[in-house]
Design a protein around this ligand. Structure first.
Ligand code: PRX
Length: 695
């Protein structure tokens, strides 16, 4: 027992286990928070009927599986991997890793030497096992009466046609393809087509600006860009092709030429005739792809060959290209999807995330399709034509698993119960939450109103970097606590460390790290392994550092407390404060900017920007608008500051460092918590800023 891992000891001592069962009131009842005095007793028990049919039916069963996953990770993960198709089995070592910077280069490999293909496992394998005629994708358009669907067989044919087009246009194994598409079926089709031929997709969320897209084109130099002419978001038409044109023209002026821009005609949003066209470069999808053969040989790739690149924000202005490889990611997304949502063959699954984010990669496309699931894709916005749209979609497709973000829950909660209760929602079985901490009141509304107090909520904590869920409830297995992501997934060893990097045990708060790798971990930052090592592995040698703060309660449940670095989380979208600052200072009249996150009722966090203007420039409403616009243009509308605060000067230390701690307090109006301001070069700046707060 002495060499037993700390996390295991921890899980074993959890009060949800039999030894602690005495602490649990009314074991078989669903107890709702309001009736209980303190938060720590706010346990929501699984419905016994649900547990009876659940994949993991009790804390004991979880513990058994978790123990094995930690004590024998090679055995645990290779047993699961053997259920997938491998052209050639992996070598002797299931996993080789070094997470300790003091011991050399950070290196993570899973299933090295194994040959496989994730597209084959998503499609061909499911077809061969008799699911060819099962619906793979249901697509719901922005407008109520526009929809479509594809069976697994039909999806494979579409994927093969595009894969053949890509090959015919010179895309080879290892080449990068940038995808700038909204939530139409062509988006997962494109991801799968790239995977089929071993090309690396880099999906850019179609809400990013031309400037952001250009930056990504410069960084990964794609062979081809795939987009569509436009998309409807509610009543608004967004001309995506124009954004791509601007990005590509800037890239070519800077020496990166993209030879082909394959453009899908999204007819319901814009006609061909209205689309600007660059002859020689632009090709209509509908003109070329349907002519290609519907079969395409699979490119067998090594488990460690790259699958995709996804750019995400960090603490500097430059986005990071998170690189995921094939084998480990495949096994991890499939397994986490299956257990965290208690997936059954009869489920209809809808995740509201866009494929432009990691959630859409792992839990719209890969995780569900690897399990042979039926997936709903929705093109539009969740409150169009009204706040009942989500439940209309749930009833229309009989959705059983619904996975979304707290920001949407809060916004729908504000619109009132009536929009929810006018729909049946009887099909719902499991709910999920991701992207930011879900506050207990939103959790309860989601549970009580949306799920009729019947559906467990999987509050999944994870990141672009982790590839899949890390800390998550497993529905049916143990009681939940509103607002807690609960316990680690199989194979994951979360640890909480103090400032010095010492692991802290028991009830505690600190920095959330992970000990030992898991198959879905990212392997590097594209073209910058050094930044990978410094950002994630240097702060606390020996661990992966998540950038999040976390506390653990007496039952071993984890409570995420938000980012501890200069990253903010706006409606579940990750934005670096430095990115927004660099956009603001690119405005000719802005001399300096400091951005902080503030609590926001719906978005979780809002963007609050302090700006110092160039000498002699007066602050005006017009200037405020143009500062917001510059951020929209440089990053995207989702990063637009909620508040601009004019700062004739910023609070700085004598060495010139901006004291963000003070800015955060001013922004959140916690003026009695400003703390020590005597180290400022000019403490009077603080009063000046407070005085200007309401201007
Ligand atoms: O701060 C955490 C928050 O989102 C960050 C990761 O953002 P991104 O890489 O964009 O991935 C979002 C989707 C996985 C984390 O560092 N976060 C994500 N899920 C949760 C969360 N915070 C609390 N609870 C969650 N369930």
């Amino acid at each position: 027992a002495t060499n037993k891992n700390h996390q295991l000891r921890h899980v074993e001592s959890m009060n949800i286990l039999p030894s602690g069962a005495g602490n649990i009131p009314e074991l078989n009842a669903v107890i709702l928070g309001e009736s209980l005095a303190s938060e720590e007793h706010d346990l929501v028990f699984p419905n016994p009927k649900f547990s009876q049919h659940a994949l993991v039916s009790s804390p004991q069963k979880y513990l058994e599986m978790y123990t094995r996953s930690i004590e024998d990770p090679a055995g645990f993960w290779s047993d699961i991997a053997s259920e997938f198709y491998w052209k050639k089995k992996w070598g002797q070592q299931v996993c080789s890793q070094n997470l300790d910077v003091t011991k050399g280069r950070i290196n993570i490999e899973w299933f090295k030497g194994g040959l496989t293909n994730i597209c084959y496992n998503c499609l061909d394998k499911n077809i061969e096992s008799g699911n060819g005629d099962k619906i793979a994708l249901h697509w719901e358009g922005n407008e109520l009466n526009i929809d479509g669907s594809l069976t697994y067989k039909q999806l494979l044919e579409k994927v093969c046609q595009l894969a053949n087009f890509l090959k015919d246009n010179g895309v080879k194994k290892g080449d990068t393809v940038i995808v700038y598409l909204p939530m139409i079926m062509e988006l997962p089709i494109t991801m799968l087509a790239c995977a089929r031929i071993g090309a690396v997709h880099s999906v850019v969320f179609a809400g990013y600006s031309a400037e952001s897209l250009h930056q990504r084109v410069m960084d990964c130099k794609p062979k081809i860009v795939i987009t569509c002419n436009a998309v409807m978001r509610g009543k608004k038409v967004i001309n995506l092709k124009e954004i791509v044109d601007a990005a590509l023209s800037e890239s070519s002026q800077n020496g990166v030429f993209v030879a082909t821009c394959l453009t899908f005609e999204n007819e319901s949003a814009m006609k061909k005739e209205d689309t600007k066209w660059l002859k020689g470069r632009d090709v209509w999808w509908q003109d070329v792809v349907p002519k290609c053969s519907t079969t395409c040989d699979v490119e067998w790739v090594d488990a460690e060959d790259p699958l995709f690149l996804l750019y995400t924000s960090g603490s500097t202005g430059k986005p990071k290209g998170v690189l995921h490889t094939t084998g480990g990611y495949m096994i991890y997304t499939a397994t986490t999807f299956k257990y965290a949502f208690d997936y059954k063959d009869t489920d209809i699954y809808w995740c509201t995330a866009d494929c432009g984010w990691i959630t859409g990669h792992s839990y719209v496309t890969y995780g569900p399709l690897l399990n042979g699931a039926t997936v709903v894709l929705y093109e539009g916005v969740p409150n169009y034509p009204d706040a009942g749209r989500c439940w209309d979609i749930v009833d229309k497709y009989k959705v059983t698993i619904f996975y979304t973000a707290p920001t949407l829950v809060r916004s729908l909660m504000r619109d009132g119960d009536d929009y929810v209760t006018r729909y049946s929602r009887k099909s719902l079985r499991v709910l999920g939450s991701v992207g930011e901490p879900i506050n207990p009141s939103a959790w309860r509304w989601f549970f009580n109103v949306v799920g009729d107090s019947r559906c467990p909520i999987s509050d999944t904590w994870w990141q672009t970097e982790t590839g899949g869920f890390m800390i998550t409830p497993i529905p049916g297995a143990w009681p939940q606590k509103p607002g807690s992501a609960t316990l680690p997934f199989f194979g994951v060893q979360p640890v909480i460390v103090d400032e010095k990097g010492n692991e802290i045990d028991g009830e505690c708060s600190g920095y959330l790290c992970v000990k030992n790798s898991w198959p879905g971990a990212f392997r590097t930052l594209y073209g910058d392994h050094e930044r990978y090592e410094t950002t994630y592995f240097s702060a606390f040698p020996g661990y992966y550092f998540s950038g999040d703060g976390c506390s653990r309660d007496k039952d071993g449940y984890h409570w995420l407390t938000g980012r501890v670095d200069d990253v903010i989380n706006v409606s579940g979208h990750r934005i670096g404060t430095a990115e927004v600052e660099s956009a603001l200072v690119s405005h000719p009249q802005c001399a300096e900017a400091a951005v902080v996150g503030v609590e926001h009722e719906v978005k979780g966090q809002g963007i609050y920007a302090f700006v110092t203007l160039v000498d002699g420039i007066p602050y005006s409403e017009e200037l405020r608008k143009s500062l917001v616009l510059v951020v929209r243009n440089q990053i995207g509308a989702f990063a637009a500051p909620d508040r601009i605060h004019w700062a004739p000067s910023l609070p700085k230390t004598r060495s010139g460092k901006i004291m963000r701690r003070i800015l955060r307090k001013i922004a959140s109006k916690q003026l009695d918590e400003l703390g020590d301001i005597s180290t400022l070069a000019d403490p009077s700046v603080v009063d000046q800023l407070i005085a200007l707060a309401d201007s």
